[in-house]
Design a protein around this ligand. Sequence first.
Ligand SMILES: [Zn+2]
Length: 371
Amino acid sequence: MKASFQIGKIIGIPIKVHFSFIIILALFAWAFAAESFSIFGFVIGFGGFNLSLSVKFLLGVIVAVFLFICVLLHELGHSYVTQKFGYKINGITLFIFGGVSQTEEIPRNPRQEMSIAIVGPAVSTIMGIVFYLVYTFINQLSGSLSLQIVSISFGTLAFYNLLLAGFNLIPAFPIDGGRVLRAGLAMHMDYGKATKLASGFGKGIAIFMAVFGIFYNLWLTFIAIFIYFGASQEQQALGVSLALENVKVKDIMTPNVESVSPDMSLRKLSDYMFAHKHLGYPVIENDKIVGTVSVLDIRGIGKDKQDSILIKDVMHKNFLSISPEDDAINAFKTMAKNHNDRLIVQNNSEILGIVSWSDVLHAIKMRENQM
Ligand SMILES: [Zn+2]
């Protein structure tokens, strides 16, 4: 996620905070300071106390920070189990809707996915119950002001942890309950079909939640939109990785590409492309690759200027390489991440070909038609 910064590392996992998280933290702190309402027997907020606003706000900040530590612990629960199964976690980002873990690869093993998904709500439930027990214990003691403050703090944490657990168990993919549902389905059918069903179901719930939220609580509508797009994105991402399963870079690359020299003019390059029918070339100088150039680099340069501009003036010096034995999905990810439309396929220093964005898309289309 852009606009996020790292605050530290826990069990080797970078913990990042997105700017939207700071806003929600402040909103929660403010709500806890200004309001006081009762829900399911829990009193939430310090608004009812006869204290100065700054003290109430300070209390609000403390409870809000603890609440988000609980959200972080929920995510760390997911991450811990994910790592136990041998998968890499790139980081946890806290943002406006809570936390999200960036996993290199979501295990395509239903039992593992189920354990990973269920542990987050389990952590929240346990914390909710523990806070609830402390809350009821404190409530039995005499009601001095400081004890009341502690009681409200524990009650608030108990309520929100139980809410978080309950909410996450709604079977709306891609939230935890939806992942549990997909994993359950995947035990009885193939993975693509299970994802399709779980995403469809998740989208249905999201639409219902969005409409319900318009009348009762707009926050629910926002979360529903987030779930809806999350479900679509996950479905697409899985579609791509299923389509490229067992496909190597060497299977989809354009081999034996001709190369061009950095001193060639763009006019000559244009003619060269027309003759050779390729849209991108490695630029070679003294048997070494020094860059790449593609049809996009000529676009927008008038014919009158093409004689005086050379390839070396427009070529991309920061080209990326990939090994022919690498998985095609990695070529896809590398290009997407770096906003690059082609990679040089290289074995040691020998150039074997080029793999382009359209090569990857073509391979995905071919495979999807076969499925
Ligand atoms: Zn979770």
